[in-house]
Design a protein around this ligand. Structure first.
Ligand SMILES: [Fe+2]
Ligand SMILES: [Fe+2]
Length: 366
């Protein structure tokens, strides 16, 4: 981001430590486990009334709003909460555990047997679901902010439905976690990203950070987990949530298309840098360092081994399957000198650029 940007965006902090190999810097971030029951983030956005109440002035947003009103579900009554959950069995069925490709010799993990890998698999489930929960609360706060800041009536209406959706998502992930054996605080990278998205004063960056980047990644991650898990309650929960998330990502694509069409090259470049840094941070949050800490293993000894494992690399790539086509649809991939295309190329995720964007996927119109 440029030096002129003082709004506390994702900005230079990460650029300074962005070296993809700089594991020490990544792992030096500790989580917020000791901060107490509240985390406060001062924000300074401009709230906007609009006196133009014309419904349907933006027909695609209006269509999305109608769709959202008819798609509400009830987390209390629409899910089979009495389904018993056997986490050990789930780990065994999911075949998580020792990856035969990775050589752990010389680390404490080399001595692990079945019992330790089982415990690790269970902690991994608790960790992942906890991060989903915290991310959902981030979406709740960001979208409430969009209701205030976006200048268009159709967008305020839709955003209000999304606030309701996110409340439901927080509710159901929290309830699901209460059936598991433990929870984790928000991961440091995810927490910083959510704070930065919330504190940025430019309304379109709330959208870009949340609807395009965080929710785009969440949509891919939920789909990945729904395919892998043999647990029926989680499968149903994820399918309900994903149907909502697709609308939310489409909301970002449809809104920002209009905004970015008229932006200057310099402004677009700031958005490209913001998108890239958010992508790098989200990829870095997936290292599960807190799980290793809880297992009594120094993450510095094992995370670098896992980070480059074929399975991990494949998972990290899949997470970009929604983000890349949506950035392309917004013109961010190729604007200016194609800066973002070059960066996504370095991350090895350009294979997704011609996948259907989420606007088309949800509304069926380009
Ligand atoms: Fe959500
Ligand atoms: Fe969402």
């Amino acid at each position: 981001m440029t030096a002129a940007d003082t709004s506390g965006g994702v900005a230079g902090r990460i650029l300074g430590e962005r070296s993809l190999e700089d594991m020490e810097a990544l792992l030096a971030r500790s989580n917020r486990g000791d901060e107490g029951p509240l985390h406060t983030v001062p924000t300074s956005a401009t709230a906007r009334f609009t006196w133009d109440y014309t419904k349907g002035a933006r027909p695609r947003l209006a269509k999305l709003y109608e769709k959202a009103k008819g798609a509400m579900w009830n987390g209390e009554t629409d899910l089979p909460w009495d389904t018993p959950i056997d986490q050990e069995k789930l780990v065994l069925l999911s075949q998580t555990g020792a990856d035969p490709v990775i050589d752990f010799s010389g680390t404490p993990v080399a001595r692990w047997g079945e019992r330790e890998w089982l415990a690790f698999g269970i902690e991994g489930q608790n960790w992942m679901l906890s991060q989903f929960l915290h991310g959902e609360q981030g979406a709740l706060l960001c979208t409430a902010k969009i209701v205030e800041t976006v200048p268009w009536a159709d967008a305020k209406y839709f955003a209000a439905t999304q606030v309701m959706d996110e409340a439901r998502h927080v509710e159901v992930f929290d309830r699901y976690l209460s059936k598991l054996s433990g929870r984790y605080p928000v991961n440091a990278h995810l927490g910083m990203l959510l704070d930065d998205i919330l504190t940025d004063s430019r309304w379109d960056l709330t959208y870009l950070g949340m609807q395009i980047m965080v929710e785009g990644l969440a949509l891919a991650a939920f789909g990945f987990m729904a395919q892998l898990t043999p647990e029926p309650l989680l499968q149903q929960l994820l399918h309900l949530v994903m149907a909502d998330e697709a609308r939310h990502v489409a909301f970002g694509v449809l809104s920002l298309q209009e905004v970015y069409r008229d932006m200057s090259g310099a402004e677009i470049r700031e958005r490209q840098e913001f998108a890239f840094e958010a992508a790098v941070r989200m990829r870095d949050r997936l290292l599960q360092q807190e799980v290793w800490e809880r297992m009594g293993v120094d993450p510095k000894l094992v995370v670098p081994l896992l980070y480059r494992s074929p399975e991990q690399v494949q998972f990290q790539r899949v997470l970009f399957s929604k983000i890349v086509p949506n950035c392309k649809k917004l013109g961010l991939l190729d604007a200016g000198d194609g800066w973002l295309r070059a960066r996504f190329g370095e991350l090895g995720v350009l294979e997704f650029e011609d996948w259907e964007d989420t606007g088309v996927e949800v509304l069926g119109i380009a």
